[in-house]
Design a protein around this ligand. Structure first.
Ligand SMILES: [Zn+2]
Length: 131
């Protein structure tokens, strides 16, 4: 996957935080959240079990370090959420659940649309090649 391309690099400016991410206070708070909830909360909503490695500010307010505003996420989920917030887009779910179904509710499969590969009216040549 390619990183998002920013038309204007000044569109996202991280705010200064009252508790810096490299401070002992944040490291204690982070360790406490991960000890209380060691699994990624976003993955858990999809039926997946992933170790949480990051602590996310749910409201994206880096100054609100109340426990209700902090959630444990795996690095992939945290990066996806942060990227969506930076771009001003809704957070989309990528990947599949434990049954192999797409997590994204906007995925054609979730909408019940047929795949062109299984549509009998599709006369396009097969994408399989035999040697
Ligand atoms: Zn996750």
């Amino acid at each position: 996957m390619q990183p998002p391309k920013f038309k204007n690099r000044t569109m996202y400016t991280p705010k200064a935080r009252t508790v810096k991410l490299n401070s002992a206070a944040w490291k204690r708070l982070r360790a406490q959240v991960l000890a209380e909830e060691p699994r990624c909360r976003a993955c858990a909503t999809s039926g997946l079990v992933s170790a949480a490695t990051d602590v996310d500010h749910i409201s994206n307010d880096g100054d609100d370090n109340s426990r209700d505003n902090l959630q444990p996420l795996c690095h992939e989920c945290h990066s996806s959420k942060t990227r969506a917030e930076m771009l001003g887009r809704p957070v989309t779910l990528k990947g599949c659940d434990v049954n192999g179904f797409p997590l994204d509710p906007d995925h054609p499969w979730s909408k019940g649309e047929k795949s062109p590969a299984t549509d009998p009216t599709n006369t396009a040549p097969s994408t399989l090649f035999y040697r």
